[in-house]
Design a protein around this ligand. Structure first.
Ligand code: MG
Length: 258
């Protein structure tokens, strides 16, 4: 009997350690009709779908406003009137419509929508800007906006630039989640630098699958982007990643909830 209880306890602890991977909608759930990437509609769709979180990209305009758009361009490369996001002012950007008819959302508008559902995290990616000084300014402005909207517990941060991440780690409230996107730093380095996790391209994790376990041993979270095919979704679920960033959140939910 004692042996049986021990075995059951051991099994329970293993199960508890292997928590289910959580789904993050990449640029919102944009695949649904009426939405487009990084729009209010795509965030609302992600909230409705019931995913762990919705990711978005933040840039600063030439007149110092924060907008949610991937950039560096608004409009595709065949569009002769496309605009360089960081070199355009807000009014000019908003005079042009996104694919679903919305104007480019400001970060404030995006945070207003995020506040409508406290169960859906907002994962803010701060994009590269021209100088470290500008990037520090953008980090401060984003953190101020999130604080003003009282969303500190609902927002997590990611960036490709180490400087942006370092400034987030330095300036955000203790416990704020910050993960590095660029795939070039190992878990030990990230832990020492104060990151809470890594968020790497699936090709990087396939090349360094041991980083997943190493990160977990160090108490870091593992997020992976952008995982869209059923085959890749199964691979990352089998490798116990914590978060899956995907353009295909419905399929990811189906597979993680199996
Ligand atoms: Mg992004």
């Amino acid at each position: 009997m004692k042996k049986l209880i021990f075995a059951a306890a051991a099994l329970f602890s293993v199960t508890a350690l292997q928590a289910q991977s959580q789904v993050i909608a990449h640029r919102g759930f944009h695949a649904k009709e009426g939405a487009a990437r990084n729009t209010i509609a795509s965030l609302a769709n992600a909230q409705e779908l019931g995913v762990y979180g919705s990711e978005c990209d933040v840039n600063m305009t030439a007149d110092g406003e924060l907008v949610v758009i991937h950039g560096p361009w608004l409009g595709d490369k065949n569009d002769p009137d496309r605009l360089a996001v960081q070199q355009s002012d807000l009014a000019t950007l908003r005079s042009k419509r996104l694919e679903n008819g919305e104007p480019v959302p400001t970060l404030d508008e995006y945070l207003d929508q995020a506040a409508k559902d406290s169960d859906c995290k907002l994962i803010i990616e701060i994009k590269d800007h021209d100088t470290p000084q500008i990037e520090t300014k953008v980090v401060k402005m984003v953190l101020d906006a999130v604080k003003r909207h009282k969303l500190q517990d609902q927002v997590e941060y990611i960036a490709f630039r180490e400087h942006v991440c370092n400034e987030l780690i330095r300036l955000a409230p203790a416990g704020t989640k910050v993960a590095y996107l660029n795939g070039t730093l190992n878990p030990k380095y990230l832990k020492a630098a104060g990151y809470t996790g890594l968020d790497y391209k699936i090709d990087v994790l396939k090349k360094h699958p041991k980083w997943i376990e190493e990160a977990h041993k160090l108490g870091l979270t593992v997020n992976v982007w952008t995982v869209n095919t059923t085959e890749d979704l199964k691979w990352v679920i089998d490798h116990n990643v914590d978060y899956i960033t995907t353009d295909n959140p419905e399929e990811a939910l189906r597979l993680t909830q199996k």
